[in-house]
Ligand binder design. Sequence first.
Ligand code: PLP
Length: 399
Amino acid sequence: MNYNISDRINALQTSTTMDIAAKSIEMKSNGIDLIDLSVGEPDFPTPEHIKLAAKRALDNNQTKYTLNVGTLELRQAIAKKLLYDNNLQYSPGEIVVSTGAKQSLFNAIQVLVNEGDEVIVPTPTYVSYIQMIKLAGGIAGTVPTKEADQFKLKPEILLENITPKTKLLILCNPSNPTGTVYSPRELKDLAQIIVDKKLFVLSDEIYEKLIYDFLEFRSIASFNDEIKKRTVVVNGFSKSYSMTGWRIGYAAAEEEIMKNMAKLQSHSTSNASSISQAAALEALSASQEIVEFMRNKFEIRRDFIFTEINKIPGLSAIKPEGAFYLFVNVSELLNKQLNGYNFSTSSDLVIYLLEEAKVSTVPGTAFGAEGFIRISYANSMENLMSAVEKINQAVSKLF
Ligand SMILES: Cc1ncc(COP(=O)(O)O)c(C=O)c1O
């Protein structure tokens, strides 16, 4: 049967991270004791008070459609958060709650990108941006960043890559997959270029709360009114509150942009789940102690995995300052005859680690960067210790 799948969808690539996660799940279901360091979600359960709020919402029959843009209470709480945490003043009318941050990213790209518009995407990058740009008919102009620059987009490189067709820059700060965090100075310089060149920026701030070494998180939108008008801020509850399954994210920007994002959402998912919205309201309204508790745990794990992985011959990584990933340089292991093995790509190495060490990671190619693998440290210390040991043994066999 020929289903004549649309050209639009045929042009999309499947998410490599999902493929590897599926393979890991299959190995696990076959009884193989696997340590999964490929995942992009916190290992903590959703905090109890948030779950209780969802139960209350159910008991109170908050089980109907909400406003398409999200409940007023939740958007008010988000506006308050943006003001207190980020010094950004948005009215509830400039905020749309979506089904995960992913839907906000999708909506923003659909609303801002026209057929043939170019979007600058610094790589290594979160996998989905490029496919979303393609779906909108845009052209993803990937711009490689260097490990020596902590994978940061330099202002001069941004300038070099702007063409008359460039409309938008995508900035993931803190970054998945590298854990890079931009300093306020660096953001200010990028913001100036965005304003001067009359571009827009989609600022993915989903890892905002997972930031280490007492660094200060700044939103690129927060420097002045001009850059704020040219920014769509995207954030959500998945990572900060360990709520990946609840699917709540949001975007904030100028009313003109948000009205159109709301219009698009009204024709796709309507509103995010009413129960999840009630839970998200509780997450923002209650004490933020639990966020700090989880952040602190991640920082301890970051320190451990960073130190231990760097001790393994053939592997090296720069210290990530945010998110929960270590982006490991494995180029020393590629394209060499190593004790009978020859890995030509980071995917070959990921498969080797899966089979030999029973540890699952993600190849850099999934993020547009060959020569690296991504290790997620959103896992227990016990598992991380065991994984490091197993990776060490597997990699040692190569020499
Ligand atoms: C950089 C980045 N943005 C957005 C998302 C999607 O988040 P959500 O679960 O809120 O859709 C993820 C999830 O992995 C991510 O890593």
